[in-house]
Design a protein around this ligand. Sequence first.
Ligand code: ATP
Ligand code: MG
Length: 205
Amino acid sequence: SSAEHRRRSPRRVGIMGGTFDPIHHGHLVAASEVAHLFHLDEVVFVPTGRPYQKDLAKVTSAEDRYLMTVIATAENPQFSVSRIEIDREGPTYTIDTLRELRRHYGPEIELFFITGADALGAILSWHNVDELFDLAHFVGCNRPGHRLTDTGLPDGKVSLVEVPALAISSSECRERVRKGEPIWYLVPDGIVRYITKTGLYLDAG
Ligand code: ATP
Ligand code: MG
């Protein structure tokens, strides 16, 4: 039967890493579109613990970012959230996460690491690029304000895809909250309410 076939097929799992400070509709549309384009069974959102590229003092507590990610993804049965990075000690490196997920799921799973154009551009500067590409297929999504070119990226290891373009960033959402401007419709309703309830970003720089 086709149900049986589906059960025996290797599972295809998307990994959406991010600081999610806060999670917004740009993240959610990218994950949803890549899930559709690559026939993914599920997408796991992985909030970063201590993003090594970002100034720690300016990043919201991992617990708030984790909870917002859970709130934003709760209604979608294909989406889940992992604590793998926020529970790990020390700075966050994507390669540790991919190794751990690969150990967790076993060799028969196919991993798809989903990034926006800006983040994909930074991949080339990461350590162990060859091992990264062995662990997962990389999917780069267009993002307004960032150009994606395929120069220098290994053949067959990276796909560049078009997702509906949403010019939304977490930085801009934080800035809008600080200035008293609305973030309705840039982030899910539950995220607006969580930010209001907790007073997040009111005095953030
Ligand atoms: P910040 O402004 O704080 O850097 P951000 O909006 O870039 O936040 P991140 O958590 O840094 O959000 O991004 C997580 C991942 O989602 C990255 O791969 C990033 O490129 C991607 N991404 C973020 N916003 C968009 C968007 N509007 N469209 C497509 N991809 C996006
Ligand atoms: Mg960013």
